[in-house]
Design a protein around this ligand. Structure first.
Ligand code: ATP
Ligand code: MG
Length: 236
C-alpha cells in the first residue's frame, strides 16, 4: 500500500495560497526527492504533510486520511520531520535532544536502545552526548536533527535540506548515512534539496516544483539526464 498519498493539496499563509493542487506519493521504503528553486514551496509542502500548516485536499498515510490530524498524531502514525535549518534545542544536551524526539514513545527501554543505535550510526554524537546542542558544529547539529527525528521510529522521514551549509565532504557523509537508514531500517525518505546532483544520485524518484506547483516527475536517473533539469538545477 502507498505510504504517503497526497492529492489536491492546497496550503499557504493567511490569505496567500502557496501550494496549488499538488499530487504526489511515496511508496514504502522509497527515497523521493523534491527539487525546486528558492521560494518554490518545498518547505511549505513538508510542513503541510507534517501537520504544521493547515491544508486543503487530502493527505493519507497507509490509506488513512490524516489531513486534519495533529502533528503528534502523524508522528505516532510514522511520520517525522527534520526541519530546515536543523531546529535542534540549543540549550539542551545531545542526549536530551534525542529524548525530546521520542516524545511519543512511552517505553524508556526503547528510548535507551534507540539512543545507542543512533550513537552507533553517528559516533561523533556519542562523544558529545552531554554537550549542549548549540555548541555542536553545523554538520553535527544536522546529524543530531536526523537522529532526533529517527527516535520516533518513523516509516517516512521528511528531510528539509539536510545538506544546507555543509561542506561537500560532510554532505557526502550525510547522504551515505541517509542511504544506510533507508537500506537497513527500510525507512522511506522524502528529501527536499537544492543540491540536485547529489540528491538525484540518492533518490529513486523525484518531483520538481515551481512556484507552488509540481511541473515534472520521474525516476531520478531520468531526471538526472534531462536537459531541462541539467540547465535549471545542475548548472550545465
Ligand atoms: N511563515 C510564512 N509566512 C508567509 N509567507 C511565507 C512563510 N513561509 C514561507 N512563505 C512564503 O511561501 C513561499 C514558499 O516558501 P517555502 O519556504 O515553502 O519555499 P522553499 O521552496 O522551501 O524555499 P527555500 O529553498 O528558500 O527554502 C515563499 O513565497 C515564501 O515567501
Ligand atoms: Mg525551504
Amino acid at each position: 500500500m502507498t505510504l504517503l498519498q497526497v492529492s489536491s493539496l492546497c496550503a499557504g499563509y493567511g490569505a496567500v495560497e502557496v501550494l496549488h493542487d499538488l499530487a504526489f506519493d511515496v511508496q514504502p521504503g522509497e527515497i523521493v526527492a523534491l527539487l525546486g528553486a528558492n521560494g518554490a514551496g518545498k518547505t511549505t509542502t513538508l510542513r503541510a504533510v507534517a501537520g504544521l500548516l493547515p491544508a486543503r485536499g487530502r493527505i493519507a498515510l497507509d490509506g488513512a486520511e490524516v489531513t486534519a490530524a495533529s502533528p503528534a498524531q502523524r508522528v505516532r502514525l510514522g511520520l517525522a520531520l527534520v526541519p530546515q535549518g536543523r531546529g535542534t534545542f540549543g540549550e539542551f544536551s545531545v542526549e536530551e535532544n534525542l529524548a525530546l524526539g521520542a516524545y511519543t514513545v512511552t517505553s524508556r527501554r526503547q528510548i535507551g536502545q534507540d539512543t545507542e543505535r543512533w550513537f552507533e550510526l553517528f559516533p561523533r554524537l556519542r562523544e558529545r552526548r552531554r554537550q549542549q546542542a548549540g555548541m555542536l558544529s553545523g554538520g553535527e547539529q544536522q546529524m543530531l536533527a536526523i537522529a532526533r527525528a529517527l527516535m520516533s521510529r518513523p516509516r517516512l522521514l521528511l528531510c528539509d535540506e539536510p545538506s544546507l551549509g555543509l561542506a561537500p565532504a560532510v554532505t557526502q557523509e550525510m547522504f551515505a548515512i541517509l542511504r544506510r537508514i533507508n537500506e537497513e531500517q527500510g525507512t522511506a525518505l522524502l528529501i527536499v534539496e537544492q543540491n540536485a546532483d547529489v540528491t538525484l544520485r540518492l533518490a529513486h524518484r523525484a518531483y520538481v516544483m515551481e512556484t507552488g506547483a509540481l511541473t515534472m516527475q520521474g525516476p531520478a536517473r531520468e531526471l538526472l539526464a534531462s536537459p531541462d533539469i541539467q540547465r535549471s538545477y545542475l548548472g550545465a
